[in-house]
Design a binder for this molecule. Sequence first.
Ligand code: FDA
Length: 391
Amino acid sequence: MNAESDAIVLGAGAAGLMCAATAGARGKKMLLVDHADEPGKKILISGGGRCNFTNIHTAADRYLSGNPHFAKSALGRYTPQDFLGLVERYGIAWHEKTLGQLFCDGSARQIVDMLVQECAKAGVTMMTDHAATAIEHRDGRFVATIGGREYTAPALVLATGGPSIPKLGATGFAYDVARRFGLSIVHPRPALVPLTLGPDDTLFRSLSGVSAEVEVRWEKVRFREAALFTHRGLSGPAMLQISSYWQHRTPIGVNFLPDAAPDWLIRRKQEQPRTALKRTLASLLPARLADALTERLGLEGDLGNLSDKVLRAAEARLADWSFAPTGTEGFAKAEVTAGGISTDGLSSRTMMATRVPGLYVIGEAVDVTGWLGGYNFQWAWASGKAAGEAI
Ligand code: FDA
């Protein structure tokens, strides 16, 4: 191929595919490059193979970023309904699972195929199995060394994501390039990631495999979803969500009784004084969890033998059970990376670096991180679209 194009997009993931297809459809000559052997590898494994491709409740307040307003412009101009329209034009069947999360009925492969077709229709040249190794800026043009050969263009899009799940080809390449062009990096850290516990948390460690609907809290942030106890610590949607906010050496609170009305235990005592506390708890919680919590509270025996004061204190503890994770399972297990290329140096309208004309950053590489549930793909589509329309 001719080594000159209108723009080079590095990374054929969610954001890069959308960006290349959008600019290509506007008549731009696009080169889309990925070092993996096929595009969209994270899309393929997402949502348990069904791709949770958007969330109908998308709004900027469901994203973490050094600038909470940054995502508004792109998200407002390319909405979940816009992506859904594309999905429907391709006849891909979908369903809403829970909390506004939209999934394919069939397979995530349908989403990748759709985006690859959009790129093909738009005349995008795609090169997989080609790593970008170096980027230079000469005479107003970007020169990318790709697979040992130089390619030039007046615009370069960094869509190589963040370092989460290196075994899927994730790298910190975008950060290295961004630094070279004077953009700053917000410390990248694993997000939507299981939390680990120390040897002292015997209560939780004995519950491996148990799952329960809880409300989890860190400072003022709360999520009401399922928590899963694992042999290493805590996972499940509630814990993954709070992990993105959690800071080391701070406690997390769990409400094990999110549906119980105040003084629930006292009322149960009045109604059924001969019922053991653990059986009472097991009416709302999995039996193994009810057993472990009762043991930890040190309150064996029937409700009738426990004073109202003791029951009220137990209820308060169960509604705000504090624990301090020792850490997370790291980038190897993190669904996304929080932090990344700072939004300070980027235009929220075009995703272009304000001081480096022609350099764009989109998707997970940017310091914008969504909640669990389709928000991260919606950011990838919206930021990719914004850049694709501006190139
Ligand atoms: P993405 O990581 O998708 O793409 C970057 C591309 O750049 C990759 O293809 C990589 O190979 C390539 N690359 C890296 N370095 C390179 C280099 N030097 N040269 C060339 N190419 C290079 N989100 C969601 O909304 N719903 C969901 O259901 C899920 N599920 C999910 C499951 C799992 C297991 C993970 C790990 C993640 C999710 N996510 C998710 C998150 C979602 O996958 C993520 O937010 C997007 O894929 C980010 O899209 P990007 O295009 O920015 O990066």
